[in-house]
Design a protein around this ligand. Structure first.
Ligand code: ADP
Ligand code: MG
Length: 351
């Protein structure tokens, strides 16, 4: 049915793609590029539940919050775990886009969702986007978005593998003819590596360190393979016994040892997915390689480690952190295509 108000809004409004990730949310406006790239975080007043900060500002408060402030992550394992917070966050980001671009805050939106989420989980993302102001909301599976963003041939009968190492989960998927052929998701990714470092410091050095420092250390000196020149980095924390500040120097060799179990789990997930892949498609993967994306994929040497253990070429496409959001943005450009790949919840399925 023709919707005159919607059509009018469309003239002044914009199309946006959103990657609503567990760790980070990115928003892309068609024709302008990525305009929001901030942590998926919200801080609230404990008693009144008033929102104090969202995004980067909220993440800065995490771990430094007084007793009356709570920090929440609206998503866990890629799905909405706190609906109100997710909606507030989306509204905030959509409004921010509107302020930056001077456009009507009633966009048409494409969002990525993890593979295999339930109808209820999809509905939550859909509703959060609509409640946050989206005139239209479309959902597509993250690996499909990532493949589009990475420029892979997704509608052809050629297999492509995407390994997305995010904050909370690592998702492995094989795509062919615009659909997911096999996939696997494990709850081991970037955040788990941070926790490994926290645990290691406590067990080996009786040192309590914050999650943030662990993340910084992972980024600066963590690796998945032996380095030509191993690094040394200082960990500053609180001594478990004396309760006083103390710092110790750890080497990249130790960090690798700390993270070994989790990295093995990531490697195993990729290998197991290859084993589940039909032989014809395995031949394609062999020929075209495996695309490694997501923030966690930036760990030094993860590409080489996976390549060694799968005996396939593993590469990071350009800007591996933003493949999903760029893919959602591109999907908006071709409505016919979007309709073919979208995974709407049953209640809003268009007939
Ligand atoms: P999500 O999709 O779950 O929101 P992202 O794709 O944004 O997650 O990835 C977030 C993870 O990437 C975090 O665990 C972060 O520590 C990690 N990360 C970001 N940059 C790097 C880097 N240079 N090296 C290693 N890990 C990184
Ligand atoms: Mg992600």
């Amino acid at each position: 049915m023709f919707d005159p108000i919607g059509a009018l809004l469309g003239l002044f409004s914009h199309d946006v793609g959103i990657d609503l990730g567990t760790a980070n949310t990115q928003v892309l406006v068609r024709g302008k590029g990525i305009v929001v790239d901030e942590p998926s975080a919200v801080t609230l007043h404990r008693r009144t539940k008033k929102v104090l900060a969202i995004g980067a500002e909220a993440k800065q408060m995490v771990g430094r919050t007084p007793a009356n402030v709570v920090a929440v992550r609206p998503l866990a394992d890629g799905v909405i775990s706190d609906f109100d917070a997710a909606e507030r966050m989306l509204r905030y980001f959509i409004t921010k886009v509107h302020q930056q671009t001077g456009m009507v805050p009633r966009p048409r939106v494409v969002l990525g969702v993890p593979v295999g989420v339930t109808d209820v989980e999809k509905m939550a993302v859909y509703d959060a986007a609509r409640n946050a102001g989206a005139r239209e909301a479309h959902l597509i599976e993250e690996p499909i978005a990532a493949a589009i963003g990475a420029g892979l041939p997704i509608v052809e009968p050629v297999g492509s593998m995407i390994v997305d190492v995010g904050g909370g989960t690592t998702e492995v998927a094989v795509i062919s003819l615009g659909g997911i052929v096999v996939s696997r998701s494990i709850r081991v990714a970037g955040d788990e590596l941070d926790q490994d470092i926290v645990t290691y410091a406590r067990q080996k050095y009786n040192l309590l360190i914050g999650d943030w420092l662990a993340e910084e250390v992972k980024i600066a000196a963590g690796s998945a393979i032996a380095l030509p020149r191993e690094k040394v980095i200082s960990l500053r924390g609180r001594d478990v016994v004396t309760g006083l500040p103390r710092s110790v120097d750890v080497s990249s060799v130790e960090l690798r040892e700390a993270m070994a179990g989790s990295i093995n789990q990531i490697v195993d997930a990729v290998r197991a997915t290859i084993e589940d892949t039909p032989p014809e498609l395995v031949a394609d993967l062999d020929e075209h390689g495996i695309a490694l994306i997501g923030g966690g994929s930036l760990l030094t040497g993860l590409d080489e480690r996976l390549s060694r253990e799968t005996r396939m070429r593993v590469y990071r496409p350009s800007s591996p952190r933003s493949c999903v959001v760029r893919g959602t943005g591109e999907a908006l450009e071709e409505l016919g295509f979007l309709e073919a790949v979208e995974v709407l919840p049953r209640r809003v399925q268009r007939v």
